[in-house]
Design a protein around this ligand. Structure first.
Ligand code: GLU
Length: 465
């Protein structure tokens, strides 16, 4: 079997979104599964809409997701000589012709067709004029006017288009730049791509591309058109539901492992397994298991996977990552050893790294202002005597070990008849500003005796004012 070669070929006219990342991932997985080659190609011939910053953003997003490429990034803008060469071939065999119809005329004819209720298509004005290629001539494909173009799509099954439905598409424009359908064919031929895996919105382009392969007497790759990603209500993905750039998910505190796992399961399955390591994905991935229908984006499921990967991540790695998310909260340069002690208390409680950073805040700075509800319930004149007593007993401890704290609170519960929760909550609010937090003894342990006493004292002063 020939080596599998896939490609991801984004146009740098915007950031990489979920749909693009989904396509990139399936191409990457298919190549990795077959020990093949994954090519990255930047389709930047649309000069007005392409921007260099998007090229960089797309590369950054792919690197963040861990979708490493073996060849490229190639750029169409640096391959113009190849398109010229292939245009010559098509002109020589009569499969293409030059066209000098001015854009204004084309538009007028288009409008006239529309007014007559006809489908607007090129009317073949230049088809038989035998014009020579000049500096201002476009080149069009001489689309066969009869017959059918058929392919067996690896995901959708057999698909057929009547050639009659396709008009003579422009291959190179008057400015000499190739159009998408033409450049893609030349690139896929010269890069020896074996499998084109892309969104099913490209299905109408495929018969046009197949006809160009035929005219060039080149063997086409196999095509696999992937289902699109829809919003939760099966509408278009909206900004609120996932239509964000991939790097926005990084900023929202998602781990790349979670996003990769999530996207892999969107439109593909392997039994009812939900959680996959990257190695498992590479091992199991196959186009046969890709669904025909679109998948719905589900942020809750992504959050669920994210919390799984947060729990799985080794503490030192997570600590390094948390540092990045603490910085926007004004917590810069935290002590690495301290951070490593904080992380395990929050691992199981955080669905995103942003949430983890927010929850970690009190470890690094004063918890005031306290949460209002927490104050009303637990920092009151009624709780003052107990807080004072806890302060006194803590002050007397030689060290704030788990064992010592257990003993302290158990004794107090026994002596006062109060439940542990009633004893713990005022202290929790004093230390963290909130009613919910990691285990109290862990917190006291990490903050240390001095800081703990200082915070209880602050809470006592606060109640008095
Ligand atoms: N540049 C095209 C896009 O971004 C790629 C289409 C293809 O894979 O052929 O949609």
């Amino acid at each position: 079997m020939p080596l599998v070669r896939t490609r991801f070929s984004p146009s740098p006219t915007g950031s990489l979104h979920l749909g693009g990342a989904h396509t990139a991932l399936f191409n990457w997985l298919f190549a990795r599964h077959h020990l093949g080659v994954f090519i990255l190609r930047i389709e930047d011939t649309d000069r007005e809409r392409s921007e260099e910053r998007y090229v960089q953003e797309i590369l950054d997003a792919l690197i963040w997701l861990g979708l490493n490429w073996d060849e490229g990034p190639h750029r169409q803008s640096q391959r113009l000589h190849l398109y010229r060469e292939y245009i010559q071939k098509l002109l020589e065999v009569g499969a293409a012709y030059c066209c000098d119809c001015p854009p204004a005329d084309l538009e007028a004819r288009r409008q006239a067709a529309l007014a007559k209720g006809e489908k607007p298509r090129y009317d073949g004005h230049c088809r038989d004029r035998r014009l020579k290629l000049g500096p201002r001539t476009a080149v069009r494909f001489r689309t066969p006017q009869t017959g059918t173009t058929i392919w067996r799509d690896l995901i959708k099954g057999p698909i057929a288009f009547d050639n009659q439905e396709l008009d003579d598409l422009v291959l190179t424009r008057a400015d000499g730049l190739p159009t998408y359908n033409f450049a893609v064919v030349v690139d896929d031929i010269t890069m020896e791509v074996t499998h084109v895996i892309r969104g099913d919105d490209h299905i109408p382009n495929t018969p046009r591309q197949l006809l160009i392969y035929e005219a060039l007497k080149a063997t086409p790759p196999q095509f696999a058109h992937m289902p699109l990603i829809l919003g939760k209500d099966r509408g278009k993905l909206s900004k609120r539901h996932g239509a964000l750039s991939i790097l926005a998910y990084l900023e929202m505190g998602f781990l790349p492992e979670a996003l990769v796992n999530y996207l892999a399961r969107l439109g593909w399955s392997h039994g009812d397994q939900e959680i996959f390591t990257r190695g498992e994905l590479m091992q199991y991935f196959s186009l046969e298991q890709v669904t025909k229908a679109a998948g719905e984006f589900d942020l809750d499921k992504l959050r669920w996977l994210n919390s799984h990967y947060i729990k799985e991540m080794p503490t030192p790695e997570l600590a390094r990552l948390l540092k990045y998310y603490l910085a926007p909260l004004g917590i810069t340069d935290p002590d690495p050893a301290y951070l490593t002690r904080v992380v395990p208390t929050l691992k199981a409680r955080s669905k995103t790294m942003v949430v983890m950073a927010e929850k970690a805040g009190f470890f690094f700075r004063d918890p005031r202002p306290y949460d209002e509800n927490a104050v009303n319930k637990f920092l009151t004149p009624q709780t003052t005597p107990m807080l004072k007593e806890i302060f006194r007993r803590l002050e007397g401890l030689a060290e704030v070990s788990e064992e010592a704290l257990n003993e302290l609170f158990n004794d107090l519960a026994a002596q006062t008849g109060l439940k542990m929760i009633n004893l713990a909550q005022p202290v929790r609010v004093a230390l963290t500003g909130q009613t919910a937090s990691p285990g109290l003894f862990d917190i006291i342990n990490i903050l240390g005796k001095k800081e703990t006493l200082k915070r209880i004292n602050n809470a006592l002063s606060f109640i008095q004012t």
